[in-house]
Structures are given as C-alpha cells and as structure tokens.
Design a protein around this ligand. Structure first.
Ligand code: ZN
Ligand code: ZN
Length: 262
C-alpha cells in the first residue's frame, strides 16, 4: 500500500488537493476542496493522467469560496460522494444543490471516515467558518496531515497532527507584509486574527510541536500571493526542519505541486 499527495492549486484564488491510497489491486482517490472550475480541475488532473471520473470522493473543509467555490457544479454533474461538516452544509445551503440521494455525507470532528482504502480523521480548526474541518489521512500504514485555513495553533490541532509522516501545512503570510498592504483594516485584522490564517512563524511553531524523526515531508501551502514569498515560508519551516530552505516544497496557486509519497 502506498499513500501520496499532489496539490492541484493552493491559495486564496482556489484550492484542490489529491490524496491517493494505492494497493496492488485498487486505488482510492480523494479530492480535498474544490476551488477550481471543473474544466480547470480536469486540465490539472490530466497533467497527472487522471480524469474527473477517477475521483472516489470530495471532501470540503469549509464554506469559503476558495475551497467550496466549484463543488456544486462538480458534484451536480458527477455523482461523486461529497463529504463536509453539518456547519459547512448549512453555510453552503447544500439542500438547494441537485445531488443524488445519499451523495452528501456528513463528517464530524473525531469521527473517522472510511473511503475505500483511505481513512480520514477530521478535526476542527480555529477559523472564521461555521464548522471547518481539516484532515489526518491514513492508509493504515502511513499518515498525512492536511491543515490550512487556521488562525492560531490550538492544542486540538497539535494533538490531531501527532505522528504524521508528511504534512501539508499553511504558511499564509508575513505579518509585516499584511500590515503594509493596501488591504482594508478589517481584512488585515481578519487575516492576522485568531480565526484567520497561519503566518510563517505560527506554521513553524506548529511544526516544532509535531516534529519527530519520521516526519520527512513538509509542504508549505496556502501562501498569500501578496503577503508572502515562497522563500520566506521555506526559510521559516527549514529552520525547524534543520534543512536548507530550497528543500522545503511549496504548493503554488498556478501549478500546485508534484506528487509526494507520504
Ligand atoms: Zn482558504
Ligand atoms: Zn478559509
């Protein structure tokens, strides 16, 4: 069995991440978030020789448009099982979507979700959404942590991400850049607040609390295009990892990332 991840897009203009569990006879593919138009999603899947029909499930982490924006079009058109929290369901008014019976499945903090060969452990994060969930994913052997869109490092987040072999981790901004930006004040406070996004330093703080010898791959994710630079995110994480900055992979808005074995 192998577990791997490939990001298709990461950042405030749209998010989509593939997680794949592969055994000798079967492959399970999960799409986390759907912030790309189906045509664009299809193009990016084609780059890794996949099609929309290869997706076994979609998990929506929360109702912000960069995560759920195109989930409705996708799941109305293709009867892919759709997972989200009850709070996200309400915030997105999913009852108005034209889904197949039983297509929508509800996830909850602390309740494992089994999708074929993948087991997901959703956990809540501090973010200004109704009931946001991020994920710990396992094939029973390897463990991947996916955590973006959180305003601070809660104890629950740290506990949920222990013993991961790979981590897809939000490094959203440099606070100085946010303050100096031409964003309106309310938006600056939102980004920097306890329910906003994780700065490079906060991401490093989280990483330090979950780091262990077998955590090999840490991917910097959900970078702000205006208020961060890949080099700054890489520098912050590499200091904790004890590697050189260019060894820290970054998930990009336009290109996503390569495949990473967990
Ligand atoms: Zn986001
Ligand atoms: Zn968000």
């Amino acid at each position: 069995m192998t577990l791997r991840l490939r990001n298709l897009a990461s950042g405030s203009a749209g998010n989509a991440t593939l997680v794949e569990a592969r055994s000798s006879h079967h492959t399970t593919r999960l799409l986390i978030d759907c912030g790309l138009r189906p045509a664009e999603l299809e193009r990016r899947l084609q780059r890794c020789d996949l099609a929309l029909a290869d997706l076994d499930a979609v998990f929506i982490t929360h109702e912000h448009s960069d995560h759920v924006g195109h989930a409705r079009t996708l799941t109305e058109r293709y009867p892919i099982p759709l997972w989200m929290s009850e709070g996200t369901r309400r915030a997105c008014e999913v009852h108005t979507w034209a889904l197949q019976p039983d297509q929508l499945q509800l996830a909850r903090d602390g309740e494992p979700v089994v999708i074929q060969d993948l087991c997901l452990h959703p956990f809540t994060v501090p973010h200004d959404a109704r009931e946001p969930l991020q994920l710990r994913c396992t094939d029973g052997n390897r463990v991947l942590g996916v955590v973006t869109d959180l305003g601070h490092v809660s104890r629950h987040v740290v506990e949920s991400l222990q013993a991961c072999h790979a981590l897809f981790l939000e490094t959203n901004h440099e606070p100085d850049k946010v303050w100096q930006s031409n964003y309106p004040d309310f938006l600056k406070r939102r980004i920097l607040g306890d329910l906003g996004h994780l700065s490079n330093a906060q991401a490093a703080e989280l990483l330090a609390q979950v780091l262990h010898d077998n955590l090999r791959t840490v991917i910097a994710a959900h970078l702000s295009e205006r208020n961060n630079a890949p080099e700054q995110a890489q520098a912050a994480l590499s200091r904790v990892l004890g590697c050189s900055p260019h060894e820290v992979p970054v998930a990009h808005q336009a290109e996503g990332s390569d495949w990473f074995d967990v």
